[in-house]
Design a protein around this ligand. Sequence first.
Ligand SMILES: Cc1cc2nc3c(=O)[nH]c(=O)nc-3n(C[C@H](O)[C@H](O)[C@H](O)COP(=O)(O)OP(=O)(O)OC[C@H]3O[C@@H](n4cnc5c(N)ncnc54)[C@H](O)[C@@H]3O)c2cc1C
Length: 430
Amino acid sequence: MNYDCLIIGGGISGLTCGIRCQSAGLSTAILSAGMSALHFSSGSIDLIGYDRARRIVHSPFEYLKEFTGAMPDHPYAHCGVDTVREALVFLRDTLKAEELEIYDNGERNHFHVTGMGTLKPTYFSQRSVFNDSIRQAFERRAKIAVLNFEGYRDFYPELAISNLLKNELFKNVEIVTGRLVFPDYGDPEKNPFEYRSIDIARIFDTIQYLDEIAEQIKREAGDAEFVAMPAFIGINNYKKHHQILQMLTGKLIYEIPTLPPSILGMRLDDALKSRFADLGGVLIAGDKVMGGDFLDGVLDHVHTQNYGTTRLRARAFVLSTGSFFSGGLVSDSGGMREPVLNLRMSATSPRNTWYSPQFLDRKGHPFFEFGVETTGKLNPFDAEGKVIENMFCTGAILAHYNPIGEGSGGGVAVSTGYYAANQIIKACGK
Ligand SMILES: Cc1cc2nc3c(=O)[nH]c(=O)nc-3n(C[C@H](O)[C@H](O)[C@H](O)COP(=O)(O)OP(=O)(O)OC[C@H]3O[C@@H](n4cnc5c(N)ncnc54)[C@H](O)[C@@H]3O)c2cc1C
């Protein structure tokens, strides 16, 4: 099997890279072991939400100019601010081609509400999570109804409301709560359905209950103009069904990201995979790259769990296997390592300094910044310290950034995937 470009890892970084390569005419394959961080994420793309003193960044591109100057090893500094901007536009247009409409606030970040009722700065959100009508409703302090389905255990409206009311932005806003019940589903405690977001999303994907649910929303929300519900209004038909619900109720309906599985993240995952397949890319799911062999200083092929002795060759390889969460990096009593090719990692401090004593430290843990070391072009180094010219590392596997502390996870993944693709396209003469 021989490709122009073989990408290992099908998270948002590998998918962005694959779509860019395939759309430029390169024969591209993405091989991915399992679910990506998207299934656990908020589904919004954070660009840079906090500065180094943990203050909120409102104008991310303006801030990035100063930030990348001060942080030359940061992945954004490798990409350059113009490429970061281009990458995000590319992602937005790609999703639009799959009918997934993304809201951005121009040059500025916006906030999305978390399931806990806190506000998080982000750059891109799905339109059911943020849009201009929602912003205007917030600004005129419209009454809000936070609703939940009976039996759904991953969201507590009262908790979200009490946290929202602590925020200055929600001062003097009237927020009420209410509950919805799925028709025909009986007592949720006795129902074989687990009532996770995925179960509810599947029900929303059928049109069958929309009229009845719209009636319940109207009754429970009363005169609230604005209804917030956990994000489970479908995966495949959510856009149409969200619009129908808004029309039937005459209210703005806002989705709040939920605990995993994240329906908002799954919509992104579906849209990107579908775009890659539409362009003719090869997606090999459920297989794991176990290692590879070098020839004349470059990576010649990789081998996988399922293909056994079959070698997968490519002119360029991209390693987008994620961080510890997805198995792109592993740690054990001997330290940390990159398991596929034993690539050089950034210096890792003694084990007792990997973690912050506080589990939910707002700055994140020191280990978040550990990862694979690369050149400015994102080429990694082999175990002997030699640069691997035909290989690129992208996304959460990279060292020198803190996705949580900075609020930059999605942005770095998209930008580095796009930046690597640009270089591969150039190297392949396209
Ligand atoms: C729980 C969680 C929530 C987050 N929430 C947000 C958020 O709300 N907004 C935001 O902007 N960022 C968020 N982030 C950060 C951001 O989502 C991630 O940084 C980004 O999605 C990483 O994408 P990736 O493609 O680099 O890696 P991943 O999404 O981790 O994907 C890596 C893929 O590689 C596969 N893989 C691993 N090893 C192999 C192998 N040997 N062979 C083949 N495949 C392999 C994995 O199965 C996985 O599918 C979150 C991260 C986590 C972990």
